[in-house]
Write a protein that binds this ligand. Structure first.
Ligand SMILES: *Cc1c(COP(=O)(O)O)cnc(C)c1O
Length: 388
């Protein structure tokens, strides 16, 4: 068989973050060990029934079997605008400031193509979701990382970026509540970011996938669009995936600056043909009537969080109590690197966790636990970790 020379963007991809862990996990499973997987950020809870019922009804409508509108159903975009109004007090024009996505990952990846020319610099706040720098790379741009260290409450060190770099940068990627650190942005931080971006004509790309998974009703995560001036410079990516346990459905939205939303829509028109309308109709119902279901979700995660935080404490492992997300971001015990500790946990305890170093250099010394297994399994995992 002939060997083809593949494109640089494929040939140069870094090794898949979880590939090595998967290999160790398989070896351990083959020995008959009962493995508890706290590695992946994929909710185990089912999509609420009323959303599934709506999909079933909508799937039977022949009008939904045809190609969808590229930018999403008018009703979907209106539902997003209404939801943003209700949840964040942010006003959006559904026609120009909202676009439907086949999951927010799709939109985040394609957005880089809409704004990045070869050689352009995009800033990525790290530890980070791996899609941001990869998307920049696919667009032949260059990523410059901004650390968000523990010493700064896991917020980015905006002042570490030189004036020259601010002037040069095309965009900056931020994600709050953060995966993996669970850090939340403050209004002051968002204001500083928006001000800096407006001064230097930098696009803010905010990934807001976890705003609905919060634990303190008096400290709800923010949309960046709540920040005065944000719409001049920002797009925000959101998703039904984590909010309504719909990761497999592939539906999300981008909102914000109309020029940028239009540019993303333009890319999408040329590479995909939109999200199945029956899925959009189910998503509309979720956005309109899903608040109670999300509250139930939060209750489940809150309980799991409390169980795990307590267990880690008992095991002498340092961990901040997160106010949001489905993750715990905990400190690796003295004497190990992230990768060593994670390997040891799988090999000796059958517990799969994620090394912080996989999310970027400032993640070294940490590991991430996903609260995506039932409480009994979390308790079992916790007892194994504490017998370290
Ligand atoms: C899960 C997740 C998303 C959502 O992805 P979808 O494509 O909408 O399922 C986006 N960003 C981050 C940081 C995530 O963890």
């Amino acid at each position: 068989m002939s060997e083809f020379k593949l494109a640089r963007r494929v040939a140069d991809l870094p090794p898949y973050l979880f590939a090595r862990i998967d290999k160790v996990k398989k070896e351990v499973a083959a020995r008959g060990v009962d493995i508890i997987s706290l590695g992946i950020g994929d909710p185990d809870l089912p999509t609420p029934d009323f959303i599934i019922d709506e999909l079933c009804r909508s799937a039977r409508k022949p009008a939904n079997h045809r190609y969808p509108d590229y930018e999403g159903l008018d009703e979907f975009r209106s539902a997003v605008a209404n939801w943003y109004g209700r949840r964040f007090n942010v006003s959006l024009d559904p026609a120009t400031e909202v676009v439907n996505l086949i999951g927010s990952k799709e939109g985040i990846a394609h957005f880089a193509l809409a704004v990045t020319d070869p050689g352009d610099v995009n800033l990525v706040c790290t530890p980070n979701y791996p899609v941001y720098p990869i998307a920049t790379d696919f667009a032949d741009g260059e990523t410059v990382f901004i650390p968000q260290p523990e010493s700064n409450n896991f917020l980015p060190l905006l002042d570490s970026v030189s004036d020259e770099m601010w002037q040069r940068a095309k965009s900056i990627y931020v994600n709050f509540p953060n995966n993996p650190t669970a850090a939340m942005a403050t209004p002051e931080f968002f204001q500083k970011l928006v001000d800096r971006a407006r001064e230097t004509n930098t696009i803010i790309v905010h990934d807001a996938a976890y705003t609905e998974i919060y634990y303190d009703d008096n400290n709800k995560p923010l949309s960046i669009l709540e920040t005065p001036g944000a719409k001049d410079v920002a797009v925000e990516f959101h998703s039904l995936s984590k909010t309504y346990n719909m990761t497999g459905w592939r539906v999300g939205m981008a909102v914000g600056n109309p020029q940028l939303i239009g540019a993303l829509g333009n890319i999408k028109t040329n590479v995909d043909s939109g999200c199945f309308q029956a899925v959009q109709e189910a998503a509309i119902l979720a956005l309109n009537e899903g608040d109670a279901a999300v509250e139930e979700n939060r209750k489940v995660y809150r309980k799991r969080r409390d169980v795990m935080v307590k267990a880690l404490e008992k095991a002498g492992i340092e961990c901040r109590v997160p106010d949001a997300t489905i993750y715990l971001w905990a400190k690796v015990p003295e004497g190990y690197t992230s990768a060593e500790f994670v390997t040891k946990m799988i090999e000796e305890k059958g517990v799969v966790i994620t090394p912080g170093s996989g999310f970027g250099e400032p993640g070294e010394g940490f590991f991430r636990i996903s609260l995506t297994v039932p409480t009994e399994r979390l308790e079992e995992a916790a007892s194994r970790i504490s017998s370290l």
